[in-house]
Design a protein around this ligand. Structure first.
Ligand code: PEP
Ligand code: MG
Length: 767
């Protein structure tokens, strides 16, 4: 059974389009279950009707025409109950509905299984038989398993818009893709696909401009791959037996013109650029090998893929092949990282769309600091087909609209104008203090990482830096920066904000922040080697960084050092020991510098309950609410599947935050918060009411938070917090705070007027 399942799934996945996938599915299921009929009904959510989309055993003419209302017939029952229905005499069931066009009269046995993807009902798969018999448990389990696999295929087709064609929905309605808000705001621009090196999934199709040039690029890449294979073969001749070495000859032959290379050339001649042609040919052969019965031949699929990736890697080195960057680029890719800012000038980036990630992944944080409308976690997205198309990035609702209708563009332009107006209004508070209507003062600091943050932060009146993410300059390099290089980078930050304090966090890598030159491979990276754990294991990295920070602060003395991911006093002890050592070293070397204050980030639940112990060892604490939320709720901050469970307004998160501020204040230790919650006006109001004196946020959130805090009183915020303590779930808390801000006339600082009252995702942080 397992082998049959595996083969059907492979064949379905290799089908060129949804119709063929459904045809393959019904044919194979009917054969392997030995039934007379197998049919698939898909649900058209617009029409609220099922349509027969593929069948073996019913009349083929009925495909596309036989239809049932959502609640009609046994199919409707399966969908509504969201569970299989297994009957030995379907016609006698009260819900049975006879569909004349299918000619299904003589069938008695009926087994229908819903097709569901991520809680969404997509259709129903049905098997039928003349005899009166109940399908046995094994058959039912078989169909349930296949249906779950089919769900992913149908969902993908739905996400890529190809299902619209199937339902005849070609009214020019824009295709919309749902994701998660990375940075609020709206952008209209042209799709510009950035693809990671050597990955077929995100290689787009592009028209070839100069066939001769394209062929030359291909020949050069082939030559280099052949040379690699020969080198590998020579190396292997010392260790591998002759029969294994033959593999290298097979590889070389695959590169011949009468094999892969010839086919790729033909695709280029037909008009696709060489990377697209390579992808088409390689993936076709990989799918063909994977579907083979013979285990040996099946294993050849990975050889073809490997060879293809080698060619692709060389092709992607040829920078000249990159499409020109549009004026207003919507930068899209499977996993966009902050390094895009190295390759693409900031002024060209209108918006960002990333298939992976969530609102608290680092790409989103950097996008927010630069105020670039961003949608992440889009999941199923036909990257390769979107290059150059017009897109709207709706960073309020977390949606991407492809080829929007003119009317839709006009609506979004209106939102952009409203945002521009609002920004102008916000500027009026730039030089005013962040003070509530009843005179309570809050310090507004910024989070920085890129040099670009500095100017925006200063322009917006930041009172200091609450978190400088030192890993960002590490991420955009191809090796660790030297002590001198680090010193120069840090000095720029310290000088720019002088005399205001700059809180530099020691290198916080691991989790979702990796350095290409220091890869960390772990099954569970967020629970693994992260932050202080890495740097304490590598004192040579830690000491160099601290020394660079200390030298950079010479004669400025506005440096504060902060330790990430601390979970025990031992870690603080060890880090303090190294910091003192570095301090003595630089003093001995002649530096004129004061010992900076050292703080600890509260990011893991263990730290929450040891505040009083931690503050004995350090000068201040700062809450990293992004990680704290992730660890308290056990929700990966990057995983789009559980993004809706990542709730900063969760009562447990709020209670932990209150516990931290109370404990720190009892000990007289300054406490701030530098997670994304500080930059959301709704949570900022609550944090202020809890007693947080310093909020550190993306520069682009600063004026909005200040505007809102200047319009409320501490007393009203505290009353609101009292009400919140009585609430037991995040959604209710969030709506309640929204309502309060709406009533105070501050709604437009959270979402555009056009969206007010409409159901929208709650943007985590304002731009
Ligand atoms: C946090 O975890 O809240 C934080 C500020 O650190 P980062 O987002 O860089 O992990
Ligand atoms: Mg963190």
């Amino acid at each position: 059974m397992l082998e049959t399942l595996r083969r059907i799934v492979q064949e379905v996945n290799a089908a060129p389009d949804l119709s063929s996938a459904l045809d393959v599915m019904v044919a194979r299921v009917r054969l392997s279950m030995g039934t007379e009929v197998c049919s698939i009904y898909l649900l058209d959510h617009n029409a609220n009707r099922y349509f027969l989309m593929a069948t073996e055993g019913l009349k083929k003419e009925a495909v596309g025409t036989a239809t049932l209302h959502f609640s009609e017939g046994l199919v409707g029952q399966v969908g509504m109950r969201e569970e299989p229905i297994n009957l030995d005499d379907a016609p006698s069931h009260p819900k049975f509905r006879y569909l004349q066009e299918t000619g299904e009269e003589p069938f008695h046995s009926f087994l229908g299984v819903p097709i569901i993807h991520h809680r969404k009902l997509l259709g129903v798969i049905v098997v039928q038989q003349r005899d009166r018999r109940r399908f046995d448990q094994e058959e039912e389990a078989f169909l349930v398993t296949l249906s779950a696999q089919l769900a992913a295929v149908v969902a993908h087709a739905e996400a890529t818009g190809s299902i619209d064609g199937i339902f005849g929905n070609t009214m020019g309605v824009a295709t919309k893709f749902d994701g998660v808000v990375g940075c609020i705001g709206v952008a209209i621009g042209s799709a510009f696909v950035v693809y990671p090196p050597a990955d077929f999934k995100s290689v787009p199709d592009r028209p070839v401009k100069n066939i001769r040039k394209e062929m030359k690029t291909f020949n050069d890449a082939l030559k280099r791959v052949r040379a690699d294979i020969r080198a590998l073969s020579e190396k292997a001749s010392l260790t591998l037996p002759p029969e294994e070495q033959a593999l290298f000859q097979v590889y070389e032959r695959m590169l011949d013109d009468n094999a892969l290379a010839g086919e790729i050339r033909a695709h280029v001649q037909a008009g696709n650029w060489v990377q697209g042609a390579l992808r088409e040919v390689v993936l076709k052969h990989v799918a063909a090998f994977e579907a083979m019965e013979d285990a040996y031949l099946r294993a050849r699929a990975s050889d073809v893929r490997d060879l293809g990736l080698r060619i692709l890697a060389y092709l992607q080195e040829a920078k000249t092949l990159t499409a020109p960057i549009p004026e207003r680029a919507i930068v899209m890719g499977e996993d966009i990282t902050p390094t895009i800012f190295v390759d693409i000038p900031r002024e060209r980036i209108a918006g960002i769309v990333s298939l992976h990630g969530s609102s608290n992944s680092h790409m989103s944080i950097v996008a927010r600091s630069l105020g670039i409308p961003t949608v992440v976690g889009v999941g199923e997205f036909p990257l390769s087909r979107l290059e150059g198309l017009q897109l709207i990035v709706d960073g309020h609702r977390g949606e991407v609209i492809v080829e929007p209708a003119q009317e839709v563009v006009r609506q979004y332009q209106a939102i952009i104008s409203e945002q521009e107006e609002l920004s102008k209004e916000l500027e009026s508070v730039t030089d005013l203090p962040c003070e509530t209507t009843d005179g309570h003062r809050v310090n507004l600091f910024v989070n920085t990482g890129l040099m670009a943050d500095v100017n925006i932060s200063l322009q917006r009146g930041a009172e200091g830096v609450g978190l400088y993410r030192t890993e960002i300059p590490f991420m955009v390099r191809d090796r660790f920066p030297s002590e001198l290089e680090q010193m120069e980078i840090y000095r720029q930050q310290l000088e720019a904000f002088y005399p205001a304090p700059v809180t530099m966090r020691t290198l916080d890598i691991g989790g979702d922040k990796s350095l290409s030159y220091f890869p960390i491979h772990e099954d569970n990276p967020f629970l693994g080697w992260r932050g202080i754990r890495v740097t304490l294991d590598h004192p040579e990295i830690f000491l160099v960084q601290i020394r660079a920070m200390l030298w950079a602060s010479e004669s400025l003395d506005n440096l504060r050092i902060m330790l990430p991911m601390v979970s025990s006093v031992m870690e603080i002890d060890e880090a303090m020991h190294l910091i003192h050592r570095a301090y003595l070293e630089v003093l001995e070397e002649g530096a004129h510098v004061q010992m900076p204050e050292v703080g600890v980030m509260i990011e893991v639940p263990a730290a929450v309950y040891q505040i009083k112990d931690f503050v004995q060892q350090c000068d201040f604490i700062s809450v990293g609410s992004n990680d704290l939320t992730q660890y308290l709720l056990a929700v990966d901050r990057n995983n789009r599947r559980v993004a809706s469970l990542y709730q900063a307004f969760h009562p447990s998160v709020l209670r932990a935050l209150k516990h931290i501020v109370d404990a720190a204040r009892e000990e007289g230790t300054p406490v701030s918060i530098c997670g994304e919650m500080a930059g959301d006006p709704r949570s900022a109001v609550l944090l202020m009411a809890m007693g947080y004196e310093t909020l550190s946020m993306s520069a682009s959130s600063l004026l909005r938070v200040k505007w809102v805090l200047r319009k409320v009183s501490l007393e009203a915020a505290q009353t609101l917090l009292e009400q919140v303590w009585k609430m037991d779930n995040a959604a209710v808390i969030k709506s309640h705070v929204d309502l309060m801000l709406d009533r105070a006339g501050l709604g437009s600082f959270i979402r555009p007027t056009l969206f007010q009252g409409a159901s929208s995702q709650e943007p985590p942080v304002p731009a």
